[in-house]
Ligand binder design. Structure first.
Ligand SMILES: C[S@@+](CC[C@H](N)C(=O)[O-])C[C@H]1O[C@@H](n2cnc3c(N)ncnc32)[C@H](O)[C@@H]1O
Length: 244
């Protein structure tokens, strides 16, 4: 029986301690590795991005290094996931084809690319271009073509909409790319059952694990940066404040 827990370290190494075929669902939000891409562009947007995404990890890597690391990550995902298990990877739209290619290489069946639309993004440079308000989530099944899908008879669109992460979810510290619980609650309740094991190898402030715990799923979370790992621990230790 897998117990819920959070771990601090490099996910590719830490995942090696998770038994084969033991996870029902992976929902994760890896670094999009847009740091160098932004630096090399002839705009001032990279400065803002530096402020916003000032964390160690995989955001400033050469493309080939990032892809090689993601390849190792997918290998571990294919090992720990049960057959017909679900994998959701959040990603920037310009990297979606890389993620689909890696998923297919490691035995994942590609279902769809969903969109998360943020209703109140920062209106950066609003007078010179379209304000970025979307991120993608790529949906795969491992060794099967369909997995748990609790739609309860409803038509579900691959388009999720919410505000950016509210301040009320950042009481224990700020993470620059924290996902709102409403989006994770939708994914977790649709794609897993009570008691299932949900893994987030790039958990940041722990939003996936908090949502799993609130919805009576087990969770395993991994984070490289000690300060973000601590935020996740504090959020999990204070779940009561989220239960209405
Ligand atoms: C996009 S953020 C995830 C944010 C998360 N969804 C949340 O709601 O807080 C990606 C996280 O992956 C972490 N990270 C980067 N490289 C890692 C690695 N090799 N192993 C584990 N975590 C890593 C970063 O420190 C960052 O916190």
């Amino acid at each position: 029986m897998t117990q819920s827990h959070l771990m601090n370290g490099d996910c590719v190494e830490v995942m090696k301690s998770i038994p084969d075929n033991s996870v029902d669902c992976i929902i994760t939000d890896p670094p999009y590795n847009l740091g160098l891409f932004m630096h090399n562009r002839n705009t001032n947007l990279w400065k803002m991005r530096d402020n916003q995404f000032a964390y160690a990890g995989w955001d400033n890597m050469e493309y080939k290094v990032w892809k090689s690391n993601m390849n190792k990550f997918f290998l571990q995902c294919s090992r720990v996931l049960k057959d017909k298990g679900t994998l959701i990877v959040f990603m920037a739209v310009i990297k979606v084809s890389d993620i689909i290619e890696l998923g297919q290489k490691h035995g994942f069946y590609y279902k769809t690319t969903g969109v998360w639309h943020k209703t109140n993004p920062m209106p950066r440079n609003m007078n010179i271009h379209f304000v970025n308000s979307t991120e993608c989530w790529i949906y795969f099944i491992y060794k099967g073509t369909s997995g748990t899908f609790n739609n309860n008879g409803k038509v579900l669109h691959d388009f999720l909409e919410s505000s950016v992460c509210p301040a009320s979810e950042k009481k224990h510290g700020k993470h620059p790319t924290q996902k709102p619980l409403s989006i994770l609650n939708t994914l977790i309740t649709t794609l897993t059952n009570v008691g299932d094991v949900v893994l987030d190898p790039f958990m940041g402030s722990g939003s996936t694990c908090v949502s799993a715990a609130l919805n009576n799923r087990r969770y395993i979370g991994i984070e490289l940066e000690q300060s973000y790992y601590q935020i996740a621990i504090d959020r999990i230790n204070n779940l009561k404040e989220l239960i209405k």
